[in-house]
Design a protein around this ligand. Structure first.
Ligand code: GUN
Ligand code: ZN
Length: 430
């Protein structure tokens, strides 16, 4: 008996980075196949070759649908699932009006479990198989998220969001010591269990005291194999606020750098309004910048400089930023990244968009040797895209002359109806 699974369909993978090597970095096979064993990709190739070489395998034929790596969302707030698409505010008012009141509810383990499960199911419905999530200040919110992800067999990264400054409301504050102790305990409990990893998570410098940033910088120094996630230079008002709270800092990034919170393995969300020194340091350290395009337009933050940052060699991931972002879908997120690129006179190629949503985000997480590509040895987290999921998309795709024209209408107009199947560690969902 064999447990080998052979998936047939169109296949798309990346042999190189399309930002440096162009669209030719992608490998497309119109009659492709993926061989999966024990949750891993064993081989990719043509359907004819892999069928002949693996007569023992159980075959699932996806026809002309497109098999690729599952989407990787490098920055989400799962606790904001139920307040996504809240109207009419910019960052600081949006946090105070919608986000903080909702996050207060996550001390209740039952509510945390309900939303964690709901969020992960919505993510999988949208073809997202891995993500890096903020939790809330409550350890219960971290336990709920990791438990729900573990039950689904998913590779996820998450951490307790730390806030100890009086800029955060009563009921949503810890202390420097509690942030250190709770984060350390949760890290020791979850980091490396199954497919779970811990990210040390100061929310952003306006809601932390210098003492808390230092405590978390110390913790990261003691556990340098963990990731660290935070926010950086999202809105102009926020940057002015940071300046007033940290008068001695050279710039926003310095409020992290001064306390040991700038290293490889750092994920800095948004990173829109960066100064020259900040860009140089981020590039030098090879830290990751996470582009959250639907959030940046929804909250009115600004236009990320993908072209300039990629040309300068930055490590960049792509993310929904649910629920500041207005969608759970990485398709919609790629569409928004394309639109922001257009506003900056830098139209991203479909190969670049798909790379960002998979390998790019996996690189930001330093997990590209495990997820984010259709490549032998990697974990079999896959999405199967229907490139004709609605009449509007189908009639456009029908005119396509190549794979890029065939997939771009789905990037621009697709939603969860385009997700024909999702595989997590080789297992089809649902
Ligand atoms: N900055 C600090 N916290 C948040 C958050 O929850 N969402 C967004 N978009 N920006 C933030
Ligand atoms: Zn965020």
């Amino acid at each position: 008996m064999t447990n080998d699974i052979l998936l047939l369909g169109q296949t798309l993978s990346f042999a190189a980075d399309p930002f440096t090597d162009g669209p030719g970095a992608a490998r497309h096979d119109a009659n492709g196949a993926v061989l999966i064993r024990d949750g891993r990709i064993i081989a990719t190739g043509t359907a004819d070759d892999l069928r002949a070489a693996n007569p023992q395998a159980h075959v699932t034929d996806h026809g002309d649908k497109l098999i690729m790596a599952g989407f990787v969302d490098a920055h989400v707030h799962y606790p904001q699932t139920a307040i996504i698409a809240s109207w009419g505010k910019r960052l600081i008012d949006w946090l105070n009006s919608y986000t903080f009141p909702e996050e207060m509810r996550f001390g209740d383990p039952e509510y945390a479990a309900e939303i964690a499960g709901r969020y992960l199911d919505l993510a999988l419905d949208n073809g997202t198989t891995s993500m890096v999530s903020y939790c809330t200040i409550h350890p219960e919110s971290v336990d709920a998220f990791f438990t729900a992800a573990k039950n689904r067999g998913m590779r996820v990264v998450a951490g307790k969001t730390c806030m100890d400054r009086d800029t955060a409301p009563d009921g949503l504050r810890d202390t420097a010591q509690l942030a250190y102790d709770d984060s350390k305990r949760l890290l020791e409990k979850w980091h490396g269990v199954d497919r779970l990893s811990y990210a040390i998570t100061p929310r952003f410098s306006p809601t932390s005291t210098p003492a808390q940033l230092q405590a978390l910088g110390d913790l990261w120094g003691e556990h340098p194999d963990c990731l660290m996630q935070t926010h950086l230079s999202e809105q102009v008002d926020e940057i002015a606020w940071v300046k007033s709270l940290y008068p001695n800092a050279r710039d926003y990034l310095d409020t992290y750098e001064a306390f040991g919170l700038l290293r490889p393995g750092g994920l800095y969300g948004h990173a829109i309004h960066l100064e020259y020194r900040e860009k140089s340091r981020l590039q030098e350290v090879d830290a990751a910048l996470i582009h959250c395009p639907t959030s940046n337009t929804f909250i009115g933050s600004g236009l990320f400089d993908m072209g300039g940052l990629m040309a300068a060699g930055h490590r960049v991931g792509l993310a929904t930023d649910t629920g500041g972002g207005s969608s759970f879908s990485m398709l919609r997120t790629m569409a928004a990244a394309y639109e922001i690129g257009q506003l900056r006179h830098n139209p991203l190629h479909p190969a670049q968009l798909l790379w960002l949503a998979t390998t790019g985000s996996a690189r930001a997480m330093r997990m590209e040797d495990r997820i984010g590509n259709l490549s032998p040895g990697l974990e079999a987290d896959l999405v199967v895209l229907d490139l004709a999921s609605t009449p509007a998309i189908a009639q456009r795709a029908e005119r396509a002359n190549d794979i890029w024209e065939a997939v771009f209408p789905t990037i621009m107009m697709g939603d969860d109806r385009a997700i024909a199947a999702t595989y997590v560690a080789g297992r089809a969902r649902g």
